[in-house]
Design a protein around this ligand. Sequence first.
Ligand code: GUN
Ligand code: FE
Length: 420
Amino acid sequence: MKLIKGNFIYSIDKDNIEVKENQYALIKDGKIEGFYSEIPENLENIEITDYKDNIIIPGLIDLHVHAPQYAFRGMGMDMQLLDWLNTYAFKEEGKYRDLEYAKKQYSKFVNDVKNSATTRLSIFATLHKEATIMLMDLLEEAGIKAYVGKVNMDRNAPEFLTEDTEKSKEDTIDWLEETKDRYENIKPILTPRFIPSCTNNLMTEINKINDKYNIPVQSHLSENPSEIEWVAELHPDTNNYAQAYDKYNLFGKENKTIMAHCVHCPDDELDLIKQNNVTIAHCPQSNANLTSGIAPIKKMLGMGIEVGLGSDIAAGSSLSIFRAMSDAVQVSKLREAMTGEANQILTLSEVFYLGTKGGGKFFGNVGSFGKGYEFDAVVLNDESFGDNSNFTLKERLERIIYLSDDRNIVAKYVAGKKII
Ligand code: GUN
Ligand code: FE
């Protein structure tokens, strides 16, 4: 058990932020036990860490990121999705066949994640089994918690980044067997890249693997109009993109599922997302960079759909989920300004929720400081912004979201363990 003292700020739900000013949090078995204004009588001899006037918030959650694309982030932002994949993403991912290259690049990615405010992620690796295991090993060593997916793709990519259907299936099973019981922090997630990348036979095989291993699923959905049109041609028996996953039982229900983007979902697709309890990863920076559009997040939240945030490196250029929060606010305002539709604007409370508790739900009791929540936390010193003495703690949180970078991070905990 230990006590941690400071100013705690966390999300209760999308509309409510809780503030515990100058309090002690009691952490037991890596989880929040409760808050106290004074040291409880029976606990006078336990370890106390006093973070003084610093602000302590839940660790941020990145629900959608491509680790092998980190090396070329901030480049090629003049294209839309399908051209960008062919010109940049596939070429870079092909290099992860070379384990030395993978080690160099994945080490940089993991080091930067470790030093960021993010504590949990859901990650796409590449189709390469060995490099994927290497990424999982590096994340485990860093103390980060993550789902990591070996990508499945057996069509519509260059030969150097296309698997044979049978090999894709075998490598996926080998990867699951080899990593079983290997990690404390890292779990596998099935990762059919997106519908245009996977033949019907491969989708059938992934479904069978899922029946046996029963693990979560992640993919992309309704990101770009040309992509959506292509999916409709590939699956003429469907009414929407989501049905192409649902046909193979890879769309929520008993499988926890993350779908990235969801910018252009028709109403029946949103209904299926809600009905099947699929989680949406909103990636505002990526959707601006690739001219994909602006997802109707306010509407999704209103429907009770689960939503979190994703950096979507490298279509998103920044790894920061603080940046994703401010981007989410900004693009929602542009959506209202440009479409004339009312009630599109996301509040600070809503984006703070999306980047913490909303995304955290995918990992269990994560992303908040309610009793029983895993203690994932970031301690932030905001003195570098100037004199804060006249600001409330909520105002200081807003400034942290808009202004902070890794230099403001004083300490970081994952499930009660201090990792920086
Ligand atoms: N759709 C399929 N693959 C990708 C990818 O790597 N990035 C993004 N943004 N969308 C995709
Ligand atoms: Fe993506």
